[in-house]
Design a protein around this ligand. Structure first.
Ligand code: NAP
Length: 480
């Protein structure tokens, strides 16, 4: 049984219990029982973690890149060795199917390896002075990237291993040390990933895991003078709060979304429906890039809704341990929130095509038709399996509604007319646009960008390395 395990936090290469003796119970969203406890650490323990990161970083930045690379490769190898153990924890802790949880671990090992390879091929630049009027050939600028120092990595619960590594690996390969604050629901998965890191034999202090509620230690971490960069993924409200606290510390924010699927009259409806159902409902829609609204041309709406209904009703519902697609949401209050969006829409005249059934925190996949702009679900992010359909009469109307959102993560366009696809894509206010495919994060080396309420800065392997380093210019003045 897992429920007797109390997990320690990790500082300066050692596993420790908090001096306070206080722990936080982690309950499984589908087993509905405690699967373990994590330490609720104090501000003083946070200070120690940051000091040890600062100390470790200086030497780490000095060692050759090839040596840093070999440690990271070892980490990826240890993750693969522990894939079943880690996947089981992910499944139990965040209620993701075992298959998806195992894929998450493998994807993370791939992510780490690609990050190493990318860094090995990123080189500096040099410039000569005489290309500027009045400049001289004897001035040569050498431009290289240097680490920022200590990176604070805060991921959300939904990909507790992959989204953490998306911060940890680029930070480490480029010579930074890390303070890793996992989402509380996701902390055990994060700790297991760090067990693999520990086995890889890195120098002490490079990653320090601080566990505790974001609402308790979050502000203290974000405002701490020892933090040199913050990489945050989570909700828009938390991200906005954090940005206000961070002051002039470089910040990358990947936040919520309300990704639309725009379906034109000329779309291949079968493909659109397949993509939309997978994009909207996998892991019960608990993904930042889940399709969260359909803007369909009214002339094909009835046909598409018929196809959608048939596909949605094929989705399997139940326990993640049986690899179901629709699984219980992370907690009861998340399910209450999704239900409140569904209820509000029905009250204001939306029709239920399928779903609107609930068992505790398990919400059946729900498709709502005749959704209008006065309904909350037209604008708010459910982070659950509820998908609204808004019927539109033109591309212009679809673009207008798509852009009226406070979010700007991704959008999908379904059409057979490639010229139209590009002309709509050019007008959409999102970080990425998918043509004839679902919205999704990845492949992980593509730039991943949220604008407006969806974030600030960019992730994606190359971009993350850039965001965790800065340019440094050394000018050589030749005298001869
Ligand atoms: P969340 O509630 O915002 O939490 C995210 C992280 O912030 C957690 O580690 C949380 O810790 C921490 N936190 C909370 N308050 C804090 C504070 N005052 N200072 C510092 N950290 C604090 O989000 P979530 O429920 O885990 O994740 C769902 C949201 O993430 C959705 O909106 C989704 O769209 C978004 N998301 C975005 C992306 C993207 O790349 N754009 C990817 C995945 C998810 P605790 O758990 O301890 O509270």
């Amino acid at each position: 049984m897992l429920n007797s395990t109390t997990y320690k936090f990790y500082v300066n290469g050692e596993w420790k219990e908090s001096q306070t003796g206080q722990t936080i119970e982690i309950k499984s969203p589908y087993l509905h029982e405690t699967i373990g406890k994590v330490q609720a650490i104090t501000k003083e323990e946070v200070d120690n973690a940051i000091s040890s990161a600062q100390e470790a970083q200086k030497q780490w930045a000095d060692i050759p890149l090839q040596q840093r690379a070999s440690y990271l490769y070892k980490w990826a190898e240890e993750l693969v060795n522990m894939q079943y153990e880690i996947a089981e924890i992910i499944m139990k802790e965040v209620g993701k199917s075992f298959k998806d949880a195992k894929n998450e671990v493998i994807r993370t090992a791939d992510f780490i390896r690609y990050t190493v390879e990318e860094a090995l091929h990123m080189h500096g630049q040099s410039m000569k002075g005489d290309s500027f009027p009045g400049g001289s050939k004897s001035k040569i600028a050498i431009i290289e990237r240097v680490p920022l120092g200590v990176v604070l990595a805060i991921p959300p619960f939904n990909y507790p291993v992959n989204l953490a590594a998306a911060k940890l690996a680029p930070a480490l390969i480029s010579g930074n040390a890390v303070i890793f604050k996992p989402a509380t629901q996701g902390a055990i998965s994060g700790i297991k990933m760090i067990e693999a890191f520990h086995k890889a034999g890195f120098p002490k202090g490079l990653i320090n895991v601080v566990t505790g509620r974001g609402s308790v230690i979050g502000d203290y971490l974000v405002e701490h003078k020892g933090i040199d960069m913050i990489s945050f993924t989570g909700g828009t409200n938390t991200g906005t709060h954090l940005a206000k606290k961070a002051g002039m510390i470089p910040l990358v924010l990947e936040l919520g979304g309300k990704d639309p699927a725009i379906v034109r009259e000329d779309a291949d409806l079968e493909n659109a429906v397949q993509q939309i159902v997978s994009g909207a409902f996998s892991y019960s829609g608990q993904r930042c890039t889940a399709i969260k609204r359909i803007l369909v041309n009214e002339n094909v709406a009835d046909e598409m809704i018929g196809l959608l209904k048939a596909e949605i009703e094929k989705l399997t519902v139940g326990s993640p341990a049986e690899d179901n697609t629709i699984v219980p949401l992370i907690d009861d209050s998340s399910a209450d929130f999704v239900q409140s969006l569904i209820d509000d829409a029905i009250e204001k005249g939306a029709t239920v095509v399928t779903g609107n059934k609930r068992e505790q925190n398990l919400i059946y996949p729900t498709l709502l038709d005749q959704v209008t702009e006065d309904m909350r679900i037209a604008w708010e992010e459910p982070f659950g399996p509820a998908l609204p359909v808004i019927r539109v009469s033109s591309d212009e109307e679809a673009i207008h509604i798509a852009n009226a959102s406070e979010f700007g993560l991704q959008a999908s366009i379904f059409t057979k007319d490639i010229n139209k696809a590009f002309s709509i894509a050019n007008k959409l206010e999102t970080g990425s646009v998918q043509i004839n495919g679902k919205t999704e994060r990845g492949p992980d080396h593509f730039p991943f960008i949220g604008i407006k309420g969806s974030g600030m800065g960019a992730q994606g392997i190359h971009k993350s390395i850039e965001s965790m380093t800065r340019e440094k210019v050394t000018v050589l003045n030749l005298t001869d």
